[in-house]
Design a protein around this ligand. Structure first.
Ligand code: ASP
Length: 497
């Protein structure tokens, strides 16, 4: 029977989800509700008016006083500054009663459907989360134990880190280039700042915490959390010591992990077939709930980030793939497409990891030894898209704040902190936002200004996560090619050497 290739199925799921979501957002995001019953004794009436651009919520008390809230991402000139909030979460903090009216009586067909799409897409993400930890452990162990000797791990580690560093720096340079060229913050239509409640620890603390995570005081606790960096560090240590103990012990552990890995891989491959449906719901959720209005005043900023991400993904990484890994970028992208499309719709590198691992090994034919080493580490510390994004966003905020570009010295500080922040960012949705506070502080910009870009973060997160996963995947091809070269060189040396 004819069956469409998986990447086409996922693409169709994605387009169908987007069409449904956009249609809902266009045609079913208007609504007006008047509530007169089941209200507290001192409230006589409440009304909710919703459109895709904003929510207006008002209630009247028995003395006749009327309170009206406007909920929308950007404040406009005719909005009362004291009665405007960017999100419903913010309203919950300031006026919990108003928020509760919305929760019990509000919600258009688009927002209600959006909640269900999120839940249903969430089932697919849960399946991926379910396999992530056992898959990473068995995959990493069978990879390292398959090496047969400990020295190989050191070499692979150095190469992997070098690749991560080089591509992240290239990504940041591309970001700086785009934001200096387009100057999105100097176009004259600056959106007003939104309150932002993110508080960040100093960068040194964040990075030191990463180092601490590599020495888990309780490896089982790390498994349960799950803390990927701790799990990876402990698994590598355990595997290396298994190799050093050697003999029958190593053989037994090797047989066990290989068996476990095979089963986990079979499970992941089964889940992969659900990706078209999962992606359909995730995209429908985003498009149904995020109206086009959020793009209005941030259009140039979105253009700058997207352009830079595209240059990195479509030019820089493919060139590395072609000339260092000697692979066809198009074929490789096709092989990685289930992972890339899932990264785009889920905005989570960690969540996508099981698909990245299986696509690299089963579809791109990269050895388990390389894939299992490069990818889990990459999902946590190699984030080209995030590094690039941080650089563009902070320079955009600086342009808005100072009315001019940051001087070169400050841009270098942004670049360095963006690199470190991308290492520290977790592979989950919106992680990059939290880390950005650190960079803003490093160059003395007001943290609240981050609120300006909140509205478009989800969409940009989808793009940068895809680039993060794409860079990890290209890293596998590069490391694999270099490893092959080294092993051929060793094989061709005379036996006495
Ligand atoms: N969502 C991104 C990821 O999972 C991290 C970020 O927010 O930049 O890779």
């Amino acid at each position: 029977m004819f069956r469409l290739a998986l990447h086409w199925q996922i693409l169709i799921g994605m387009v169908a989800g987007a069409v449904l979501g956009i249609a809902l957002n266009l045609f079913a995001s208007e609504g007006q509700t008047t509530v007169t019953e089941r209200l507290p004794a001192d409230v006589t009436e409440a009304t909710i008016h919703e459109s895709s651009a904003d929510i207006s919520l008002s209630y009247t008390n028995d003395a006749g006083d009327r309170t009206t809230w406007t909920v929308k991402p950007f404040k406009e000139a005719d909005d009362d500054p004291d009665r405007w909030v960017p999100t419903l979460e913010e309203l919950q903090k300031i006026d919990p009663f108003a928020a509760s009216i919305y929760q019990s009586h509000g919600g258009t067909a688009a927002t209600k459907a959006g909640i269900w799409f999120k839940r249903l897409g969430g089932l697919f993400l849960r399946m991926l989360q379910m396999v992530a930890v056992p898959l990473i452990i068995t995959s990493l162990m069978s990879g390292i134990l398959g090496l047969g000797q400990a020295q190989g791990v050191g070499r692979m580690f150095r190469r992997t880190i070098l690749y991560y560093l080089a591509t992240s720096i290239l990504a940041i340079i591309t970001g700086l280039f785009a934001v200096n060229l387009i100057r999105p913050g100097l176009t004259g239509e600056a959106p007003p700042a939104v309150r932002s409640a993110v508080v960040a620890a100093p960068l040194s603390d964040v990075l030191f915490a990463q180092l601490e995570a590599m020495i888990p005081s309780n490896p089982l606790g790390a498994l349960v959390a799950p803390n990927f960096l701790s799990i990876i560090a402990f698994t590598i240590a355990f595997s290396l010591f298994t190799l050093s103990v050697g003999g029958e012990v190593a053989d037994r552990i090797r047989a066990m992990t290989t068996a476990g890995f095979e089963v986990m891989m079979a499970m992941t491959m089964a889940i992969i077939h659900l990706a078209p449906i999962g992606v359909f719901f995730l995209i429908a959720y985003v498009t149904a709930t995020q109206g086009a209005s959020v793009f209005r005043s941030l259009a140039w900023y979105v253009v700058a980030v997207t352009l830079a991400l595209a240059i990195h993904a479509v030019i820089t990484l493919p060139l590395i793939l072609k000339f260092v890994a000697k692979r066809s970028p198009i074929e490789f992208a096709k092989a990685m497409s289930p992972a890339l499309l899932t990264a785009f719709s889920s905005a989570s590198s960690n969540g996508t990891l099981p698909l990245t691992l299986s696509s690299v090994e089963q579809r791109a034919k990269i050895s388990n030894r390389t894939g299992s080493f490069v990818l889990p580490l990459g999902a946590t510390i190699n984030m080209d898209g995030t590094a690039l994004y941080e650089a563009v966003a902070v320079l955009f905020i600086a342009q808005l704040h100072h009315g001019q570009n940051l001087p070169l010295s400050a841009q270098i500080i942004v670049a360095l902190t963006a690199l470190l922040a991308s290492v520290g960012a977790a592979g989950i949705p919106h992680a990059g936002l939290v880390m950005m506070v650190i960079i803003l502080q490093a160059v003395g910009l007001p943290v609240e200004m981050q609120g300006i870009i909140l509205a478009v973060d989800r969409v940009l997160d989808m793009g940068r996560t895809t680039v993060n996963v794409w860079s990890d995947s290209c890293g596998c091809a590069v490391v694999e090619a270099l490893e092959l070269k080294s092993s051929q060189a060793t094989d061709s040396q005379p036996a006495s050497a």
